[in-house]
Design a protein around this ligand. Structure first.
Ligand code: MCN
Ligand code: MO
Length: 709
């Protein structure tokens, strides 16, 4: 059995040897380079004057302002058109040849103001409010009025910039019949669908190695449409790779949500009612981003109830367009904001009512699973109380340490949604030499799911893992697929692998039975061999023989499974941290971090713990360091000197404990962990600071100057 063991990542050897193959490593004969002219104004009508060939919106998508703007720009960084050159350096030099004449229009980057519709952020909109949905359950107004304790306030979950090591990038080559694109994407098939719809051409999409994404490479970006379109016109391959600054102002940003709330409670800290308004900053209107981010705003709103028994609740969810780059999914995609909101609120109650942080959570915790929260989200399985009980000894030890050493202790819980559908695919085929290829319709890009798929396939087929090769990321090797996001890959993609392995076993049995002159009912499959039920080892065929015979017998050992997903699944956990705060200078350092999670079955603890660490570090970073700083409509810290990403120096000692009190309803039994750390670590850190300072905090990140006294 390989599942459950810390199998080392099969992906890594290639990278360690420097043999990774990223988009920018792809070089095709006669390839030329694209660079985009980008808007320098948040909102303006514009005209282009160019002494060289310029491909604007009128050419790429005539009559529309999207994906490439043609007359009205709505954010700084928006691509206004492309130029083509022999090399990237020439391309950037040629930018000088293009002049953009702006006629400035009023702009608004603050959604709370934009929602008043005094300034229209794009002339094509009837209202800046692009999304409006209300969630209501029980009697929130009445219960709030009757509550002995009422707290109200505002919380801001700031705008972040996903910062994967590799920027986006695309190579596109139209070979006369078919468009071939290599893109740094989270899904080859999703990209293909969008390009086929846009171009009406046959498309092969390939996801080469991808140096991270964190959600920023889900949607099809304007540049991908434009480069693909141009390549069908020019007759030679095109490559586009943005600079880091371009990436930071034009790839989707994350989060940027605001909550105003009133919460009622008893004197014992039991939440009686929650009324809130969530305002999400959609940024500029761009359909692909809207499709993604509007869902995230709804996720925030529905998950604001957390793992707590809140039955009287009302949340108005609003998505507001502004003159900023569109927001899209960023690690956690709406769930971190919901978790941040409720965990900040419960922490405020803990401070206000002087009730211990763990105790107040315990008093509000849901009693059993499956549980449907007041807004209709099902928390499928697990034992929240039991997990809390397991965490108590750790908590009290950390509390003693905090008191003894003058450290700040913070706690937060989370429940989230992972394993989204609608379906996923896996193909397994056996070559005549016995080599087994597992193909997935997902698109891992750093998580290590390839290793997990090999573990799952090897177990299901009862064979050594070394026989399995895992592939993904090419629309030519599997008919369709969804992709990697929403911590769905191992659970949903892995379940498709298990299903395909089951189908393959049937084929192997058929081949074995025929070779042994037996009926399929008379053979069994065991340890990669097909055996006569009665005679066992004496009448059996080994895997390699089976493969060889199958081809001779005219049986194909090539199966594709589609695994439909009916329901997502809910991982949950409790995290805590010890933070050192210098109250005079405002300097902070997270010293120790502990996560206790229930993510159902853990397929590979090494991979899962890696995800825990990476996610937690991103969450800590949101609380203490990162923010897209906007001034006069532009991001003023669009480089790694000014946008503060954490380094290893900022990383605390981390410990991960996991328990399985409930599995997911999928064959893998797993729940996602790819985002959990980023969902919960942010409030853990803020709560530690707030507990130490004894006051409410509501505006991250906590740079020293914001905390210094
Ligand atoms: N795993 C496991 N057992 C579980 C759950 C997960 O062993 N019960 C392992 C899996 O085998 C896989 C990893 O943990 O190796 C993550 O699996 P999963 O939770 O299914 O998440 P996904 O593979 O779908 O990853 C997506 C998730 C998301 S949505 C973002 S955003 C994110 C993240 O992964 N972006 C990342 N982690 C990232 N890690 C890297 N290196 N780069 C990114 O861009
Ligand atoms: Mo994601």
């Amino acid at each position: 059995m390989y599942v459950g063991k810390p199998v080392k990542r099969i992906e890594d050897l290639n990278f360690i040897k420097g043999r990774g193959n990223y988009v920018d490593d792809i070089v095709l004969p006669n390839m030329k380079y694209v660079v985009f002219v980008r808007s320098e104004r948040p909102h303006a009508n514009f005209k282009i004057r160019s002494s060289i060939p310029f491909y604007g919106g009128d050419i790429v998508n005539p009559g529309k302002d999207f994906p490439i703007a043609s007359k009205e720009t709505t954010y700084v960084g928006q691509p206004l058109g492309a130029i083509v050159a022999n090399d990237p350096y020439e391309a950037h030099d040629l930018l000088e040849e293009v002049e953009v004449e702006y006629e400035d229009l009023p702009y608004e980057t603050d959604p709370l103001k934009a929602m008043r519709d005094e300034v229209k952020v794009y002339s094509g909109l009837e209202s800046n409010v692009g999304l409006r949905k209300n969630f209501e359950a029980g009697e929130p107004e009445k219960t709030l009025k009757e509550s002995p304790v009422v707290i109200e306030g505002e919380l801001k979950n700031q705008r972040l910039i996903a910062s994967p090591m590799e920027t986006r990038g695309i190579v596109a080559w139209f070979d006369g019949r078919k468009l071939n694109v290599w893109s740094s994407t989270q899904s080859a098939h999703y990209l293909r669908r969008n390009l086929v719809n846009f171009l009406g051409a046959d498309v092969r999409a390939i996801q080469p190695d991808v140096g991270g994404a964190f959600g920023s490479k889900i949607i099809t970006h304007p540049e991908e449409y434009a480069v693909s379109f141009l390549s069908t016109k020019v007759g030679f391959p095109l490559k586009w790779i943005p600079t880091r600054t371009e990436e930071m102002i034009s790839a989707g940003h994350g989060r940027d949500k605001h909550l105003s709330y009133k919460v009622g409670a008893t004197r014992e800290g039991i939440i009686t009612a929650l009324i809130g308004e969530v305002v999400g900053n959609l940024g500029a209107p761009y359909q692909d981003a809207y499709d993604d981010e509007s869902g995230n705003i709804l996720s925030t709103s529905r998950m604001i109830l957390g793992p707590y028994l809140i039955r009287n609740a009302k949340v108005n969810a609003l998505g507001v367009y502004t003159n900023l780059v569109p927001t899209t999914s960023y690690r956690g995609a709406g769930r971190p904001e919901g978790t941040y909101f409720i965990e900040s609120i419960i922490n405020e109650l803990s401070i206000e009512l002087k009730i211990d942080q763990l105790e107040i959570r315990k008093r509000n915790l849901i009693k059993s699973t499956p549980y449907e929260n007041a807004f209709g989200v099902t928390y499928d399985s697990g034992d929240y109380y039991e997990l809390m009980r397991k965490s108590e000894p750790y908590y009290f030890a950390m509390k003693r340490k905090a008191e003894a050493e003058g450290l700040c202790l913070g706690v937060a819980m989370y429940v989230e949604i992972t394993g989204f559908g609608p379906w996923e695919t896996s193909r397994i085929y056996v070559k005549s030499d016995g080599k087994i290829v597992v193909v997935s319709g997902t698109g891992p890009h750093g998580q290590g799911d390839g290793t997990a798929f090999a573990q799952l396939a090897a177990d299901a087929l009862e064979i050594p893992i070394e026989w399995v090769e895992v592939q993904w990321g090419d629309t030519n090797i599997i008919e369709d697929g969804i992709g990697t996001w929403g911590s769905r890959t191992v659970t949903v993609g892995g379940s498709a692998v298990i299903k395909a392995a089951g189908m393959l076993k049937e084929k192997l049995k058929e081949a074995g039975a025929k070779s042994l002159n037996l009926d399929v009912e008379d053979v069994i499959y065991e340890n990669g061999e097909v055996k006569d039920k009665r005679e066992g080892e004496r009448k059996s065929l080994k895997f390699k023989e089976l493969a060889e015979n199958a081809y001779k017998l005219g049986i194909s050992l090539d199966v594709t499974a589609v695994y439909p997903v009916n329901k997502p699944t809910s991982p949950y956990g409790i995290h805590m941290a010890l933070l050192r705060l210098d109250k005079e200078t405002g300097e902070t350092k997270v010293e120790e971090y502990l996560g206790i999670d229930d993510v159902g079955n853990v397929i590979n603890p090494l991979l899962a713990e890696g995800q825990f660490q990476g996610g937690v570090m991103q969450g800590i970073s949101q609380a203490l360091y990162e923010e897209a700083t906007i001034q006069e409509g532009r991001v003023i810290n669009s480089n790694f000197g000014d946008y503060l990403l954490p380094t290893a120096m900022e990383a605390p000692r981390m410990k991960w404990e996991h328990f399985t009190f409930g599995v997911s309803p999928h064959p893998t039994g797993s729940k996602g962990i790819g985002e959990a750390g980023a969902v919960v670590a942010t409030p853990v850190v803020q709560n530690a600071l707030a507990q130490c300072l004894g006051r409410r905090l509501n505006a991250m990140p906590y740079h020293p100057e914001r905390l210094a006294t």
